[in-house]
Design a protein around this ligand. Structure first.
Ligand SMILES: Cc1cc2nc3c(=O)[nH]c(=O)nc-3n(C[C@H](O)[C@H](O)[C@H](O)COP(=O)(O)OP(=O)(O)OC[C@H]3O[C@@H](n4cnc5c(N)ncnc54)[C@H](O)[C@@H]3O)c2cc1C
Length: 595
């Protein structure tokens, strides 16, 4: 076998979004030799697209805010299926992580008295999102990236990891290829941190970019880790619906946080019709009360437009189904009639440009048309909350690829804070573990040979399946049969269809050579997309209730007995098996916060 390029690190971080960069910085600070691999250009990860802000109970705007309220909001938003310890650490540590970003050079918007400004978002009791206009992710990435580069951390960009390698029963490193040349590359590293983000590209309508093919989820699963909560997929209520070429692109929740309201084709502010029992006590039930909340948050209840995302997405879906939708199959989001053009342009500059340039709509003068879009996966690698380590020794996960933190539904703003809190924790622990190791396992030649053969297989088949056609069919299956509203019959059909797609991907063929060949790259990604899709469909079929980002038309109620169970996916033969496991027990002092 020809020699391939090899590198040796203590900690290898796969992914250069917020979680990966924060993990790499922490591991470096703990004394480890660190490498970062990312499949797009550095700085182009999903995190850069984040708009609204970073949730952290800094109490800059509302002095009543503290970590306990943030913890409670997060657990309630997650319908109590979150890992309590992750939600606790997250709420406690997020403020320090934001202040640290500022020390490293991030420039946040300010309050009139010079503190970091915080804005309202759905499910958060107080204005809590530290932000930079509606371009917060850009500032977060810019700051972390500059710091990582200044620290001299080695970055391998446009390089995709396709396989995790184990030795002596634990992680030994990883194998991948350079996207430009198609050449292979291997990394020896006793600690590998997965920070690969989400899975949105398995769905037809999504706010996610081409990178979100569930690679880290599938890599971890196939290395022996379990994935938890995979049935919970977040459909963000407001994506663009028109024109078709931009369908799914996100319309930030900040529009509603800053006063925007949802109306149907009859002009009715319909969210008042969809306030669930669970949130009745804290949600305004008249327009007057809802509007007073923007001025005085302590004495008034929240507008229903700021209910958690799952509630709003379901309400929009119902309005459209009832024939009260907008001309292009969404509903109207109106900020123009409620805020001045100057306010809109200052607070929401990206949204203003997005609609002007992509849809020829001036959001300071007319309403936007919006509808649900697949946005975020709550499910991910099951990890130890304190260290980020998975069931596979030496394999860690942080950020969207990790599961547990957000339970059945993530609150807006809680992802960026999650990346910072758990990116740091995971990086530190990955470095400590590598330093403690007496004997490092090596990536063996046999492993490299097997991984190379697997990667090259599509070149050996002539006239087989086209990867783009298979991807399109997969997206149709997930969109139509395992989407926002689910039934047993449809999911059983989805599993049959997925089995057919598994069979088709054994016959994928690609043309041309290995140098920058997107068809080949997609052929490799498809394996991961199918793995995560199967996990979602199987877990969703198993959970016979509706909760958070999982709505069953045949089981519309939330069932208390399911409130004590997380579903775990593990490799079982050639497929995926599901095991229910009891929720970790919350200590009494935290439980009391819900009384
Ligand atoms: C439009 C939009 C707006 C959002 N707004 C907000 C917001 O305001 N607040 C909030 O909290 N959340 C927001 N979110 C969610 C949040 O941005 C993401 O959940 C978060 O950025 C994920 O970060 P991450 O570090 O886990 O992954 P990412 O930032 O996506 O990074 C993943 C990295 O992994 C790399 N990668 C993937 N697979 C491989 C592989 N096989 N080999 C090598 N590298 C690989 C990618 O190249 C990339 O570098 C938003 C999301 C979107 C799409």
């Amino acid at each position: 076998m020809a020699e391939i390029e090899r590198h040796r690190f203590d900690v290898l971080v796969v992914g250069a979004g917020g979680a990966g960069l924060r993990a790499a910085i922490a591991a470096h600070d703990a004394g480890a030799k660190v490498g970062i691999v990312c499949k797009s250009l550095l700085g182009k990860a999903h995190t850069v697209m984040a708009e609204g802000g970073i949730a952290a109970a800094m109490a800059n705007v509302w002095k009543e805010d503290n970590w306990q309220v943030h913890f409670r909001d997060t657990m309630r938003g997650g319908k109590m299926l979150n890992h309590w310890r992750m939600a606790q650490l997250h709420a406690q540590e997020a403020p320090d992580r934001v202040r640290e970003l500022e020390e490293w050079g991030a420039l946040f918007d300010r309050t009139p008295d010079g503190l970091i400004s915080q804005r309202d978002f759905g499910g958060h009791r107080y204005a809590r999102l530290a932000h930079v206009g509606d371009r917060t992710g850009l500032e977060l990435i810019r700051t972390l990236q500059q710091r990582a580069v200044a620290l001299g951390i080695e970055v391998f960009m446009e390089c995709t990891i396709t396989k995790l390698v184990k030795g002596d029963g634990r992680i030994a490193g990883a194998f991948g290829y350079w996207r430009e040349s198609g050449r292979f590359i291997a990394f020896d590293a006793p600690s590998v941190v997965l920070a690969t983000g989400g899975i949105g590209k398995s769905y037809k309508v999504t706010s996610n970019s081409w990178e979100y093919t569930g690679d880290g989820h599938a890599l971890a699963l196939e290395a022996g880790a379990s994935l938890v909560n995979m049935e919970f997929v977040q459909f963000h209520p407001t994506g663009m619906v028109w024109p078709p070429s931009v369908k799914g692109i996100l319309v930030t929740e900040s529009v509603r946080g800053d006063g925007g309201v949802l109306r149907n084709s009859e002009g009715r502010r319909f969210m008042f019709d969809y306030i669930p029992e669970f949130f009745k006590a804290e949600t305004a039930d008249s327009e007057d009360e809802a509007d007073r909340w923007y001025e005085d948050k302590t004495n008034n209840r929240r507008p229903p437009e700021l209910l958690p995302r799952d509630e709003v997405a379901r309400a929009i879906n119902a309005e459209v189904k009832a024939g009260r939708g907008s001309p292009h199959g969404g509903v109207f989001l109106d900020i123009a009639s409620r805020r001045s053009p100057e306010y809109v342009r200052r607070r929401l500059p990206s949204m203003y440009h997005q609609f002007k340039e992509l849809a020829d709509v001036d959001i300071t003068a007319e309403p936007m048309e919006v509808g649900p879009t697949c946005h975020y996966v709550m499910g991910g690698v099951a990890v130890d909350p304190d260290t980020g380590e998975s069931a596979v020794q030496g394999l860690y996960a942080a950020g969207e690829v990790a599961g547990g933190m957000h339970g059945a539904n993530r609150l807006g703003g809680n992802s960026l804070s999650d990346l910072l809190v758990f990116g740091r924790r995971t990086g530190l622990n990955a470095a400590y573990a590598a330093a403690r190791l007496r004997r490092r396992p090596e990536v063996g030649d046999d492993d490299i040979r097997a991984a190379s053969e697997h990667a090259l297989a599509p070149f050996g088949i002539e006239g087989g399946e086209n990867p783009y056609a298979v991807q399109q069919d997969l997206q149709e299956v997930m969109h139509n049969l395992v989407g926002i509203i689910r039934t047993a019959d449809e999911m059983e059909q989805a599993l049959t269809d997925l089995a057919g797609l598994w069979e088709r991907i054994t016959r994928l063929s690609v043309e041309g050579h290995r140098q920058y060949n997107p068809g080949w790259h997609l052929a490799l990604d498809l394996h991961n997309m199918l793995r995560v899709s199967e996990c979602i469909a199987r877990a969703a079929l198993e959970r016979t209730e509706s909760r958070g980002g999982h709505t069953r038309d045949d089981y519309p109620a939330t069932d208390d007995s399911w409130g004590r169970v997380n579903l775990h996916c593990r490799i079982d033969g050639d497929g995926v098996g599901i095991t229910p496991e009891p929720l970790p027990q919350m200590p009494d002092e935290l439980r009391e916060l819900f009384n």
